[in-house]
Design a protein around this ligand. Structure first.
Ligand code: CA
Ligand code: CA
Length: 356
């Protein structure tokens, strides 16, 4: 009984080898015959997160959309080896591909030089090589994840570092297809495809925690002085409209008045359970912190001049409308001029600008 198994195994390997051979020869024959067809293939690398910390594990999906009858695919997926390490055993083809009953192989640490490029070299990248071939073609214009694997962010990675996951050398992709309109394809219907490949890569970062202005707003995040300016006179209840945190676990806002983010509001960034940084909102002209610039603020400057009140650091910054780092009668005049519409306060700089 034992002896009879060996020839069968041998026969199976020969059949499998022939299977691969048939694909190659047929494709080459088709090229010789000069038959071609056009197609577009959009390959997108999708990651489960784009910001990470050292030690995190992310899932990477290879999403493929084709508008032609693809009979084989070969995607060398490269990842930055100084940032990521491959999670052994995590590689998996998805049901969207497996249902086609083709032949799948995944080489999780390919060293084949043709999978790399001049930019993405084996010195800096590792390669996961995905291959599939079958007679039931893959034709999915909407796109589907065909393969997934996991990457661990190396323990030694530090803040500010980032890694890429990219599709490697296009010259190594497969381009054969079943010619359009064939209902029950066989290998004799295989032709050479003129395929346009569009590959979308992924970038994953371990960011330095911080605050950034929302694009399209006039918010100024002054990192040197830990101030937020430019958010205007309005009473605001949500910092997300003006600035957003990067790489933080939590953002704690302490309003200057109940539910009002006027001058003196603090925005504290929490990272790994500890205070990482604190910013103070300054609304120029809003000395008392109610978010509005009005006669009450003017009155406060009057009282300060008469030494009846002392201004806090944030209040002084809001009151210094000429930017000379002091609060003097000149700032009071500027505030008055603003209130009677002779000019206006530029919230980005905190300075009063007279009308022409
Ligand atoms: Ca005010
Ligand atoms: Ca001043």
């Amino acid at each position: 009984m034992k002896k009879s198994k060996k020839p069968l195994a041998l026969l199976l390997s020969v059949v499998m080898l022939l299977g691969v051979f048939v694909v190659t020869t047929s494709a080459e024959d088709a090229v010789v015959k000069g038959e071609t067809a056009d197609g577009v293939s959009n390959v997108t690398i999708i990651t489960s997160a784009d910001t990470v910390k050292a030690g995190d594990v992310i899932t990477v999906a290879v999403n493929v959309a084709t508008d032609y009858n693809s009979t084989n695919m070969r995607w060398p997926v490269l990842f930055s080896s100084s940032f990521f390490e491959f999670v052994e055993g995590s590689e998996a083809f998805t049901e969207d591909l497996l249902k086609l009953n083709g032949r799948t192989t995944a080489v999780t640490d390919s060293i084949d030089s043709k999978n790399f490029t001049a930019e993405y070299t084996p010195e800096n990248y590792r390669c996961v090589l995905i291959q599939w071939s079958g007679i039931t073609p893959y034709n999915n214009p909407e796109g589907a994840d065909i393969f997934t694997f996991e990457l661990k962010v190396r323990d030694e990675v530090v803040m500010g570092m980032s890694g890429d996951i990219v599709i490697g050398n296009e010259e190594s992709f497969y381009t054969q297809m079943i010619k359009p309109g064939v209902e029950e394809p066989s290998f004799s219907d295989l032709v050479q495809g003129n395929i346009t490949f569009n590959c979308t890569n992924a970038h994953v970062a371990f960011p330095v925690p911080g605050l950034a202005p929302v694009e399209g707003t006039s918010t100024v995040v002054d990192k040197e002085n830990n101030l937020i300016r430019g958010i205007g006179f309005n009473v605001v209840d949500d910092i997300d409209d003006y600035a957003y945190s990067v790489g933080c676990d939590e953002v704690i806002i302490e309003p200057s008045k109940d539910n009002i983010m006027g001058t003196g509001t603090t925005v504290t960034l929490i990272y790994e359970g500890e205070v990482y940084d604190t910013y103070t909102i300054i609304i120029a002209g809003d000395v008392n912190g109610d978010g509005i610039v009005d006669a009450i603020d003017y009155l406060l400057l009057d009282l300060m001049e008469a030494s009846e009140v002392m201004l806090s650091g944030a209040e002084k910054l809001a009151a210094d409308l000429d930017g000379d780092s002091e609060v003097t009668s000149s700032d009071k005049i500027a505030l008055d001029s603003n209130l009677i519409f002779e000019g206006e306060i530029d919230q980005a700089t905190g300075k009063y600008v007279a009308n022409n």
